[in-house]
Design a protein around this ligand. Structure first.
Ligand code: FES
Length: 146
């Protein structure tokens, strides 16, 4: 074996290890940089409720659908007070039908008639409690954290 062969082998070994190390670091950095990529249903979302589609939220007792990430299952947002809002998923926990906006503070799932209060808690099944979100209002900016 020549000295050139030995130094080439040594070089390939070292550069291969460096490449693997860089790939591992790179993968870790991608995960850290996009923490919501594996869970796109979660995050913080803002809406301008002066937009006509959110007109239901301008009055206490009113409600509106707000699309977070899935247009088929928007969040149900209910204005329960001058500065208080409730929000929860419209995707029914029973068999994933879209829950209706509330009437007199009660939301009904059209598939099997489960009923929910303004925070998504179950009143009558077969569904269980809906995943609740936090919602706040600052001026006309609605912020939902899912
Ligand atoms: S899917 Fe909502 S009650 Fe069955």
């Amino acid at each position: 074996m020549h000295a050139d062969d030995l130094s080439r082998r040594k070089f390939l070994k070292v550069s291969g290890a460096a490449t693997l190390g860089a790939a591992a670091i790179s993968t870790g950095m991608i995960r850290c940089a996009t923490p919501t990529a594996t869970d796109p249903e979660h995050g913080t979302f803002t809406f301008d409720i002066s937009d006509a589609q959110f007109s239901g939220l301008t009055v206490v007792g009113g409600s509106a659908y707000c699309v977070l990430t899935n247009p088929d299952f928007p969040a149900i947002v209910i204005r329960t007070g001058q500065n208080e809002l409730k929000a929860f998923s419209s995707k029914c926990t029973h068999q994933q039908c879209k829950i209706n906006l509330p009437q007199n503070g009660i939301s009904v799932c059209p598939c099997h008639q489960s009923r929910f209060d303004t925070s998504g808690a179950i009143i009558s099944g077969p569904a269980s409690n809906q995943p609740a979100y936090t919602a706040s209002l600052s001026g006309t900016t609605l912020t939902i954290t899912a």
